[in-house]
Design a protein around this ligand. Structure first.
Ligand code: GDP
Length: 438
């Protein structure tokens, strides 16, 4: 669902607009005591359009000293997250100097913008609307949030800039197949495991309903979850015979990682964490996929508890970029542990798709920066004012503030680890962008 941010200086009528658009079922996100309440989000259906709307108005009640900076950071955050911006001015008051910095933020973002000249009921404030042409943000749409005038024009303006609603998103993520690849060194047991998975499924669903195969993937259903499994063996069958085996393994792996949402790195329990396994984990990190470690040939392991403990410790040490990834022992040959592996896959996919409410992130941020404040750089304190999750798949957070470019690596690592802990995000890369205002 696309996101639209309402932006503008205090008192132009942003909250009234928000309420007008969201209507009766006013959706307050995270309206819980103790949670910073500086942003509202709501779901809007307007004609055939469906979008989420972010209101930046709440901050007007923040403490006065930090208001300007926080308001600015928050506006930037909302714009960064949005697919389109509703820039609101007060048509009766005309353009004020206070409108300019907000207009500047919108212009710099290069996001599609709709200039809304509010409080224009009954044709009032036309001169203010005309002044607004001078902002260079396009033709103003006269509107009255209070009286509900101009809704049709707003709809048309939005329809022109919003991306088409993604039908798959509309249906909900649950109905889309989850793409999974099983990757690992030659002879780790990938084919055996895949055959085992599909074989069990065949028993469950009967031969007709069975498995369909396209050129690169196999469709099956595991306990009600639709899965698209990368056809590792198929890739190999089609490979040209003169390809160097090693090169093939890497390009094969890359193709599989790009295909997948969740990558299962299949280790051979008798030779775990070979260099090639770590290379694949790096690919998973770079491509922003979710990771589950499967440890195959568990039937050959004598000291199972000992090895499992050792592997989990190793994983923590060797794979900090996807900290907390599940390590699941299994035997593809004996058909043991396959269910546990798939449970981990589905759980990690959920983490990969997760969206953390902005209010909770900022609650965490204020605690994290109090417990361990960012260092001063040449006498000036680095200020992190605001944070938000700009994307999922994998979770991607943005920090807004001053001099963020000067944050030491150790501090951003502290924040990433903190985000991972606070919002329970194991087994996925976490992206962090720093956005500094001058
Ligand atoms: P791939 O190259 O990763 O697809 O590996 P294969 O599935 O072809 O398996 C390589 C070899 O390991 C075969 O001889 C399999 O029988 C054997 N193998 C696969 N899984 C297991 C397992 O869970 N336990 C044992 N003991 N052997 C296995």
């Amino acid at each position: 669902v696309p996101i639209v941010a309402i932006v503008g200086r205090p008192n132009v009528g942003k909250s009234t607009l928000f309420n007008r658009l969201v209507g009766r079922k006013l959706a307050l996100v995270d309206d819980r005591p103790g949670v910073t309440r500086d942003r509202r989000e709501g779901e809007v259906r307007l004609g055939g359009l469906h979008f989420r709307i972010l209101d930046t108005a709440g901050l007007e009640e923040a403490e006065a000293d930090s208001l300007a900076g926080r308001m600015r950071a928050q506006t930037e955050a909302a714009i960064a997250e949005a697919d389109a911006v509703l820039f609101v001015i007060d048509a009766r008051a005309g353009l004020l100097p206070a409108d300019r910095p907000f207009a500047e933020l919108v212009r710099r973002s290069a996001k599609p913008v709709i200039l809304l000249a509010n409080k224009a009921e009954g044709g009032a404030g036309l001169s203010g609307a005309y002044e607004a042409f001078g902002l260079g943000l396009g033709d103003p749409v006269p509107f009255s949030a209070e009286h509900g005038e101009g809704v049709g024009d707003l709809h048309d303006a939005l329809a022109a800039v919003l991306p088409e609603a993604d039908e798959e998103d509309e249906e909900g993520a649950g109905s889309r197949p989850l793409k999974v690849a099983i990757v690992g060194r030659p002879n780790a047991g990938k084919s055996t495991l895949i055959n085992r998975m599909l074989g069990e499924e065949r028993l469950l669903v009967g031969p007709e309903a069975g498995i369909t195969r396209d050129s690169i993937s196999l469709d099956w259903v595991w306990r009600g979850h639709r899965i698209k499994l990368h056809d590792t063996a198929g890739m190999r069958r089609r490979a040209r015979v003169d390809d160097k085996l090693e090169k093939l393994a890497v390009s094969d792996g890359l193709r599989a990682v790009r295909f997948a949402e969740v990558v299962v790195v299949l280790l051979d329990a008798t030779i775990p964490f070979e260099k090639q396994d770590l290379t694949i984990v790096d690919l998973v990190e770079q491509e922003g996929r979710a990771l589950v470690m499967g440890v195959n040939k568990w039937d050959l392991v004598a000291d199972q508890p000992g090895l499992l403990k050792e592997l989990r410790e190793k994983a923590t040490r060797l794979l900090p970029q996807v900290r907390g990834a599940a390590v699941v022992p299994l035997s593809g040959l004996a058909g043991q542990g396959v269910d546990r592996l798939m449970q981990a896959v589905v759980a990690t996919a959920e983490v990969w798709n997760r969206r953390v409410p902005t209010a909770r992130i900022n609650q965490w941020l204020s605690e994290a920066t109090q417990a361990n404040p960012p260092p001063a750089v040449s006498g000036r304190r680095i200020k992190i004012r605001y944070a938000t999750q700009v994307k999922a798949r994998p979770p991607h957070f943005a920090l807004f503030g001053n001099q963020l470019g000067a944050l030491p690596k150790s501090y951003t690592r502290y924040l990433v680890n903190g985000l991972r802990e606070a919002f329970d995000l194991p087994g996925v890369p976490i992206r962090l962008s720093l956005r500094t205002s001058k």
